[in-house]
Ligand binder design. Structure first.
Ligand SMILES: [Zn+2]
Length: 247
């Protein structure tokens, strides 16, 4: 079993309705949709740390985007590695700060204007090496939100463009495993209409997760549960508890 996780930076629950191909799959029961609350503060780096550790910011103590500390051992990638399982990631360079991971399975970008198409081209390449967990982190939606505001036509256009890229990636991902390998799609935080995030408003905290994981029926409701869910999906486990996420 292998799992892919597409983490859409800056996509709030409102904007997720513009992921039309995924919404069609939800409508026909191919995919489950869950409302998830992002950890506070709704800032990328603290949120990435929550996604990796299964802990809220008051526990992992990465509280702001300017804090470039490395996470202590024991996060999701470490736990999979201890089982002999391999993770791979294409994402913003803050993931390097958090994990210290380097090598061909770890592809970072530091230009905020990096295209989502490039990110998914990297993801397609990484997928051919059959990692047990593949994290794909595009930031085009977040950038459009900062430039034009959450819910703006430009923001929604970025979501629509991303929907095509995800659909292409998903088709390849499922073809490789005859549809057995799960795919999780979610977001770190939403986006205010003023082009900012970091506050505890509904627009910034409420995000949507989509799970192509037929064996998985238990919804998650909080961002800190994602680490445990990914662990279970990548290892083929079927039980989830918060204790598991913290172990
Ligand atoms: Zn942002």
């Amino acid at each position: 079993m292998a799992c892919a996780f597409v983490l859409i930076d800056g996509l709030g629950a409102d904007g997720a309705t513009a992921l039309t191909s995924i919404q069609k799959d939800v409508a026909v029961g191919k995919c489950r949709q869950w409302a998830v609350t992002a950890a506070d503060p709704t800032l990328s780096r603290p949120n990435y740390a929550t996604l990796l550790t299964g802990r809220n910011p008051d526990s992992h103590q990465i509280l702001e985007n300017g804090d470039a500390r490395r996470l202590p051992d024991g996060h999701l990638f470490d736990r999979l590695e201890r089982l002999g399982l391999r993770s791979a990631l294409v994402g913003y360079h803050w993931w390097r700060d958090l994990t210290g991971r380097e090598g061909t399975d770890w592809r970072y970008y530091d230009n905020d204007w990096t295209s989502d198409a490039w990110v998914f081209a990297q993801a397609a390449e990484l997928a051919t090496a059959s990692p047990d967990l593949l994290v794909v982190h595009p930031m085009g939606v977040d950038l459009a939100g900062h430039c034009f505001g959450g819910g703006s036509p430009q923001y929604l256009a970025a979501v629509t463009a991303l929907d095509h890229l995800i659909a292409q990636f998903a088709a390849t991902w499922f073809r490789r495993s005859n549809g057995r390998d799960p795919l999780l799609i979610g977001s770190d935080h939403g986006m205010g209409e003023d082009g900012l995030h970091g506050r505890p408003t509904d627009r910034e905290r409420q995000v949507t997760y989509f799970a192509y994981a037929p064996a998985w029926t238990a919804p998650i409701t909080e961002q800190r549960q994602v680490a445990g869910l990914l662990y279970c999906l990548a290892t083929g486990g079927t039980a989830f508890s918060q204790e598991e996420a913290k172990a």
